[in-house]
Write a protein that binds this ligand. Structure first.
Ligand code: FEO
Length: 162
């Protein structure tokens, strides 16, 4: 059975993942309003992934005979700047999530909670992947600039995300 402290920490992480989903959906709404359908698609796929992260934690709590409790999800921003600015914001957000996952891992070590350590390995790798993806897009925007042509090319590329 999962400890109360670990259950509480994972419940908090579920809230963070759901907020991440909400944040990326807010970014998708912004890009749709700006007619960048590829950027919007990328954000919607990311929002779905974040919800699936929340559900991984949800299922894990029940696998360990715990209980999920939901908290309020903060309102995401509705005003955004340039695509480069938005992806820098995404990277910053993911770096915060990485720190939170690392903290969960530290708690698991402290509590000698080996199953939670094992479960978190997936999330640790996932964070490496997410930060890498964000950095690639930031590098593209920094290298090629944000002229209409370069934004249109990137929009097409991001539309292909599965
Ligand atoms: Fe669920 Fe983007 O980390």
């Amino acid at each position: 059975m999962i400890s109360k402290s670990m259950q509480e920490a994972i419940n908090d992480q579920i809230n963070e993942e759901l907020y991440s989903s909400y944040l990326y959906l807010a970014m998708a709404a912004h890009f749709d309003a700006e007619n960048f359908s590829g950027f919007a698609h990328w954000m919607k796929v990311q929002a779905d992934e974040e919800r699936s992260h929340a559900m991984k934690f949800y299922s894990y709590i029940y696998d360990r005979e715990g209980k999920v409790t939901f908290k309020a999800i903060p309102q995401p921003p509705s005003k955004f700047k340039s695509p480069l600015d938005i992806f820098k914001q995404v990277l910053e957000h993911e770096q915060k999530i990485t720190k939170l996952i690392n903290k969960l891992y530290e708690l698991a070590i402290k509590e000698k909670d080996y199953p939670t350590e094992m479960m978190l390995h997936w999330f640790i790798s996932e964070q490496v992947e997410e930060e890498k993806n964000d950095n690639e897009i930031i590098n593209y925007l920094e290298t090629l600039g944000d002229s209409p042509v370069s934004l249109m090319m990137l929009d097409r590329r991001l539309a292909e995300r599965k």
